[in-house]
Design a protein around this ligand. Structure first.
Ligand SMILES: Nc1nc2c(ncn2[C@@H]2O[C@H](COP(=O)(O)OP(=O)(O)OP(=O)(O)O)[C@@H](O)[C@H]2O)c(=O)[nH]1
Ligand SMILES: [Mg+2]
Length: 195
């Protein structure tokens, strides 16, 4: 029994805010720290492992990448918080992410991707604050859930929820590896686009 996947097609990659395409379609952005699994999540919900490039090394995605679904775009952002890149590059990515999240008129939702094993960072809370400040709906997704035992998942969701004042049930456990959470995420996206 296959879970329905979104049909996604790579559209474009943008390295500078002034090159952003015209905001013609609603956009849902994936945000999270470097190496957390944003691109893997996109591939998982798109049912295609080659859609977005992923890597063991943090800092794989360096541009804003647009993927077209039927009537909306999924947007894969560079990760933040990666200490081992030069300060200037980090600042550049920061400007890109901030400019996009704060200014993009077509942004209708944010998927905040978090590592199920980690307490959310200050930067995670800043990202959440930017979305919240604009009234953009967001979903907290706890990825790499395959790395924890079943009994460790609930306390981990509680820790993540506390950082954003959410109930543990509002944090979605996800795994790009096993497909956990994929249908729920696709459902959230679908509701947002239809509303
Ligand atoms: N076990 C497991 N590994 C995962 C999962 N999701 C991602 N990974 C691994 O985590 C690493 C980083 O994944 P990416 O999808 O490239 O992460 P990213 O957030 O896009 O990283 P940047 O583009 O650098 O910001 C890769 O080695 C993935 O295989 C998951 O759900 N489970
Ligand atoms: Mg990436």
């Amino acid at each position: 029994m296959g879970v329905k996947t979104l049909s996604l097609v790579f559209e474009r990659s943008v390295g500078r805010l002034r090159d952003l395409p015209k905001p013609d379609l609603p956009e849902i952005a994936l945000l999270g720290r470097s190496n957390v699994g944003k691109s893997s999540l996109l591939n998982a919900i798109g049912g295609n492992r080659r859609l977005a490039r992923t890597s063991r090394e943090p800092g794989r995605t360096r541009t804003i990448n647009f993927y077209r679904a039927d009537r909306f775009l999924l947007v894969d952002l560079p990760g933040y918080g990666y200490a081992a890149v030069p300060e200037e590059v980090r600042r550049e990515w920061g400007r890109l992410i901030e400019g996009y999240l704060q200014g993009r008129a077509s942004l209708i939702g944010g998927v905040l991707v978090l590592d199920v094993r980690r307490t959310p960072s200050e930067l995670d809370r800043i990202m959440h604050g930017w979305l919240d400040g604009r009234g953009v709906p967001f979903l907290a997704v706890a990825t790499k859930s395959d790395k924890l035992s079943r009994s460790a998942i609930v306390p981990a969701l509680r820790t993540i929820g506390e950082a954003f004042r959410l109930h543990p049930e509002q944090v979605l456990p996800f795994s790009a590896k096993t497909g956990t959470g994929r249908a729920e995420l696709a459902g959230w996206v679908g509701n947002l686009v239809r509303s």
